[in-house]
Design a protein around this ligand. Structure first.
Ligand code: TXA
Ligand code: MG
Length: 311
């Protein structure tokens, strides 16, 4: 084990905050069984205290101890996708305090696959509460530098782990009601889930989750989605300095242009770094070419809509 990871585990034990890489995005971690440590975490993020947070574990065996009445679907999903970009919402056991569940009767658990996350979770031994390591409502970090830019001195240690492989947050599936309900599309696609268990749409009864708020994952510059066929016309209408995120080659009329891959996984990997770059380009507006309406793009479309301020 690296000395850096050993130090990180000690910081967690002492109630401190450690940002660490996962395959989805960087997380801001705290000891999930310490009310004081989790309170510090919420303060650093600027997050409302009634929002639940995902608890991370080294193994599904450890994760399932925080849940109760675990159904067959939960076990099947865990077996298939853990370690990996999937979060399961389970009925909570006595291990999960109100301060991690937002007072709800359920708990969110995940076993990440990133080797540094795995090493940290094994060294620490317990559950690590970790939202994405950004201030509330801002774009999630996919590099250690993003974390330092956003949270700076409010974190005791940032573990380095390269650019996040998946690039968008985990898929969240609620199993607390005995059937699998998709709450947030993410690193595992709906099709991948459906190949394993039947998946239901979320209803008005779904538990509260901040990823469900409109306008989340947002750049500061106003952004809007533009269908491919309207992009040229919208560019022609621009009156101020603008930035564009698109699939095609740069257009000379536009001040700042970022070209994105046509393959969904590659797009997801680049998305948050791209939103940060567009936001840093000092423009009055951001135009984002809408992605194809095809399976595999649902999580990306979800994040883009939120970046643009709502569905
Ligand atoms: O990929 C990810 O999931 C990353 C990495 C760090 O693991 N984490 C992440 O955490 O995205 P955060 O806090 O930014 O988003 C977690 C989502 C929130 O929408 C939260 O409300 C929901 O999970 N959540 C957590 N526990 C829940 C519960 N018991 N019931 C319903 N939603 C829950
Ligand atoms: Mg987040």
């Amino acid at each position: 084990m690296s000395s850096e990871v050993r130090r990180a585990a000690e910081i967690l034990r002492a109630g401190g905050l450690v940002a660490f890489p996962t395959e989805t995005v960087y997380g801001l971690g705290a000891d999930a069984s310490s009310e004081k440590a989790v309170a510090r975490l919420y303060a650093a993020k600027g997050r409302p205290v009634d929002h639940p947070v995902i608890v991370h574990f080294a193994s599904s065996q450890a994760a399932f101890q925080w849940g109760t009445e675990i159904c067959g679907e939960a076990r099947t999903l865990a077996e298939k996708f853990w370690p990996g970009p999937l979060t399961l919402i389970l009925k909570r056991s006595e291990k999960a305090g109100d301060f991690v569940t937002g007072g709800q009767p359920s708990v969110g658990v995940r076993v990440p696959s990133h080797p540094v996350a795995q090493e940290l979770l094994r060294a620490f031994g317990g559950g690590v509460a970790a939202p994405s390591a950004n201030r509330f409502g801002r774009v999630s970090p996919t590099t250690a530098a993003h974390v330092r830019d956003d949270l700076g001195a409010d974190v005791d240690l940032v573990l380095e782990g390269g650019a996040s492989e998946v690039g968008i947050e985990s898929t969240i599936v609620d199993l607390s009601g005995g059937t699998a309900v998709l709450l947030r599309p993410g690193g595992i696609s709906r099709r991948q889930l459906e190949a394993v268990v039947p998946i239901k749409e979320k209803s008005a009864w779904s538990p509260r989750h901040s990823g469900g708020l409109e306008r989340h994952y947002s750049p500061r510059t106003p952004a809007r989605l533009v269908p491919t066929h309207a992009l040229d016309k919208e560019i022609a209408k621009l009156e101020s300095r603008a930035a564009v995120l698109a699939f095609s080659r740069p257009d000379e009329r536009v001040d700042f242009w970022l070209r994105m891959p046509r393959e969904a996984n590659a797009y997801a990997r680049k998305l948050y770094a791209a939103l940060r770059e567009l936001d840093g380009a000092n423009c009055e507006a951001i135009l984002i070419e809408a992605p194809p309406q095809e399976p595999g793009w649902d999580a990306i479309l979800d994040r883009l809509k939120r970046a643009c301020g709502g569905p």
